[in-house]
Design a protein around this ligand. Structure first.
Ligand code: N01
Length: 529
């Protein structure tokens, strides 16, 4: 069989773009296949009002090119979606990536031919491409979840999903709007939508924790300092569990007197952002410690939200940081607006959607538009949308029937020469995605180069190695509170999805060490031929 490419990469977000660049540098014939009309992945699709990154812009950026770091100028502490998309486009232009990307094409099936040890990749445009390697770069939160609420198709107005927002934007001026969901996407968009609409109604199933962003334009002096010290900052970030250079207080909350504890929470709240959860060392390990942080945030909600009944509904009762912590600009304050109503559907799901609106708790709410801020089929959704067939025609869907199983989050037994960037079983969504992506891309590229140098053409994880890694992922999840609630980390948001904590929670440094040890021991746990 004639090969068209050494490697086919699926997806042209930050992972796919860097993978292409790195493989091209190493002289591998590479083709990226991308469903969208442009690069950017998450930042191409998630164009809802208020979309921005919750990792500070100077950290949420590539580090592989010092020249790129120096020439790009971030303008805000937390970059907006349009700015990040401009950055992605700049990278695509600067490294001339587009000529090897096929846009507006979706991979539908990939089949491993065991006689020739090649992948046959099929697309919705009728392509049939033959490649030695397939590398998925499809993102962890890229398969939008549209809940099966009865009557959704009957709604006469417009329905928008935050994860697939119209590119031309939506003008909500003077309209009545219902938002379903109160995750990060809702928490970012609700304050902005509320300012435009005549009336906004928010349907909340689970109250969520959010910390103020205190976003602001970046002072040019700060940017210059950041640019001058990028190497140090990146090295420091690499020593942190989340790959983000913020300080983790090494002291446990339970051992800290209440007044001192609240002073520390106040300092972190005033600074803003995800670092709040690093106020103490044990917040995600100990229920009592976690409760001190949760109580602090609940007190803030009561302080900000004027109506006590609304404040009570908005106050989360679960573990703080168990679901992904949110970062907002004016979320709680929005519920003081006279044009905003909160409907608690925690105890009773939405009954149905009608042609005019939503029926919940025996009451009808009429809307011009509905916004589904209902999240994603996380981590496995995008991968399982492609019909992967490995050895013996076995499907990935079958291999993962009881939950995803991988070796290092990078490879799957029975699927030779297939690599999954930020796949389940890797730190991915628990970290700053950019450094995690870069680490995976570099590991894969180094692996392909080593194989070429040694005249090897097939690599596959072995069953014992995969079992051991799956055990490690499960063991590390069991010691934190993060695995204890109904989050998308465990697939709880998708009916019927196996309940398994999907990312590796042992932290980026331990994970990098594990990946490097495998290489140092001549790709321990892999069969190479
Ligand atoms: O999705 P989510 P998201 N009826 O799954 C509710 C990243 N992200 O798009 O909690 C009623 O968090 C659901 O309720 P419940 C970030 O990692 C990052 O907001 O399941 N409600 C929940 O409230 C984030 O964690 C940024 O009870 C229903 C909401 O919909 C991840 O993406 C910005 C429902 C979904 O929340 C996902 O965030 C945005 C139903 N049938 C997102 N089904 C950054 O800042 C679901 N819900 C980088």
């Amino acid at each position: 069989m004639k090969t068209d490419f050494d490697a086919i990469v699926i997806g042209a977000g930050f992972a796919g773009m860097y993978m292409l660049h790195r493989l091209r540098q190493a002289g591998f014939a590479t083709r990226v296949i991308e469903a969208g009309k442009g690069v950017g992945g998450t930042w191409y699709w998630n164009r809802y009002p208020g979309a921005r990154c919750d990792v500070e812009s100077v950290q949420y950026s590539y580090q592989f090119s010092p020249e790129l770091e120096q020439e790009w100028e971030w303008t805000e502490r937390y970059a907006t979606q349009p700015e990040i998309l401009r950055y992605a486009n700049h990278v695509a232009d600067r490294f001339e990536l587009r000529r090897d990307i096929r846009f507006e094409t979706r991979v539908t099936r990939a089949t491993f031919d065991e006689r020739e040890n090649l992948w046959i990749v099929e697309t919705d445009r009728g392509d049939r491409l033959v490649s030695r390697f397939v590398i998925t770069a499809m993102g962890c939160l890229s398969s939008p979840n549209t809940p099966k609420i009865a009557g959704l198709a009957d709604f006469a107005g417009a329905v928008y999903h935050t994860g697939n927002w119209p590119h031309e934007g939506v003008d909500f001026t003077g309209r009545t709007v219902g938002v379903i969901g109160t995750g990060s996407s809702a928490i970012q968009s609700i304050p902005i939508i509320a300012r435009q609409v005549r009336r906004l109604t928010v349907f909340q199933r689970t109250a969520n924790y959010t910390i103020p962003a205190h976003n602001a334009p970046l002072d040019p002096d700060y940017v210059q300092r950041a640019k001058a010290t990028y190497r140090d900052m990146r090295a420091r970030a690499r020593t942190k569990p989340a790959g983000i250079a913020f300080d983790i207080n090494p002291v446990p909350a339970v051992e800290t007197p209440e007044a001192e504890r609240n002073r520390i929470y106040e300092t972190r709240w005033t600074y803003g952002g995800l670092g709040f959860i690093a106020s103490f060392s044990d917040l995600l390990l100990n229920d009592d410690s976690n409760k001190t942080a949760a109580d602090f945030v609940r007190a803030k909600i009561r302080e900000i939200v004027r109506d006590p009944a609304t404040a009570e509904i908005l106050s989360p009762r679960n573990i703080i940081g168990c679901k992904r912590l949110c970062v907002d600009t004016g979320y709680w304050e929005t519920f003081n607006r006279p044009n905003v109503t909160l409907v608690d559907i925690g105890d009773e799901p939405i009954e149905c959607i009608t042609s005019t609106g939503v029926r919940a708790k025996g009451k009808s709410y009429d809307f011009d538009c509905l916004v589904l801020a209902t999240g994603f089929d996380a981590m496995t959704g995008a991968l399982l949308r492609v019909d992967f067939r490995g050895r013996g025609g076995a499907t990935l869907r079958d291999a993962w029937r009881e939950g995803p199983k991988t070796y290092l989050g990078l490879t799957v037994v029975g699927f030779p020469n297939l690599f999954t960037i930020t796949g389940p079983g890797s730190p991915s969504v628990l970290t700053n995605m950019l450094p995690s992506i870069e680490q995976h891309v570099e590991w894969i590229a180094d692996c392909l180069e080593a194989m070429r140098a040694n005249g090897r053409t097939v690599i596959e994880a072995t069953e014992p190695a995969q079992e051991a890694w799956v055990g490690e992922v499960g063991k590390s999840a069991s010691i934190t509170l993060r695995s204890t609630c109904s989050s998308w980390y465990v697939g709880a948001n998708i009916p019927g999805k196996p309940r398994v904590f999907m990312p590796y929670i042992g932290g980026l440094p331990a994970y990098i060490q594990a990946c490097e040890a495998v290489v140092a021991e001549d790709y321990r746990g892999f069969a190479l031929s």
